[in-house]
Design a protein around this ligand. Structure first.
Ligand code: FES
Ligand code: FES
Length: 187
């Protein structure tokens, strides 16, 4: 990725995590997220377990990994989101963005992705990950393609209405082109 594009797209947020806040498990498919505790204490949660965070500690959630946070008291963290483009298929050097672009163009099945990008046509080791990417409409909110397609079939005919019905598209907004394609094609 171009360094200037990366610099422009880096996003910084400050989150307050009180003990009663349940942060849903989620993943950012095309951004690494680094958390840095600036006040209080708590835990960064990943599939590998929990990492205790006190002031000055950090926790990294690489792109594509499920993560969450919690605190028994309260915690403030700085979160830095850094764009990355993961290679999903190493045999054919097909990236996450390549697969999403194919989906924005209407591809919905493994066979269509294989035909358009070549992903999954070598050793086959990436096929599970390609299928997982195909099943997700919005990574930030963990909304599946099936949920969005059903909302569209139930009458959500704009990105805003899909967002109200499912939550998809209401965070970083990177999935909006795909949501529009689902609205246009109803699949
Ligand atoms: S890693 Fe994709 S086909 Fe081998
Ligand atoms: S992927 Fe971020 S809002 Fe959908």
């Amino acid at each position: 990725m171009d360094i200037n594009l990366i610099k422009e797209a880096i996003e910084t947020k400050v989150y307050h995590i009180p003990s009663d806040l349940i942060v849903p498990h989620h993943r950012h498919e095309d951004r690494d997220e680094i958390f840095y505790c600036i006040k209080g204490s708590g835990f960064g949660i990943s599939e590998d377990g929990e990492v205790e965070l006190n002031v000055g500690d950090s926790f990294v959630a690489p792109a594509g990994t499920i993560h969450s946070m919690r605190s028994d008291g309260e915690m403030y963290v700085v979160a830095v989101l850094i764009p990355v483009n993961r290679i999903i298929c190493h045999c054919k050097q097909v990236s996450y963005v390549d697969i999403r672009k194919a989906m924005v163009g209407g591809a919905r099945t493994l066979e269509e992705i294989q035909e358009l990008t070549g992903a999954g046509t070598g050793c086959g080791g990436c096929i599970g990950e390609v299928e997982r990417i195909l099943s997700i409409a919005c990574g930030c909110k963990g909304v599946s393609m099936e949920t969005v397609v059903n909302a569209v079939k139930d009458g959500a005919d704009t990105i805003e209405k899909v967002g109200e019905a499912t939550g998809a598209g209401t965070d970083c907004g990177r999935c909006k082109l795909l949501l529009q394609n689902i609205i246009d094609t109803k699949k």
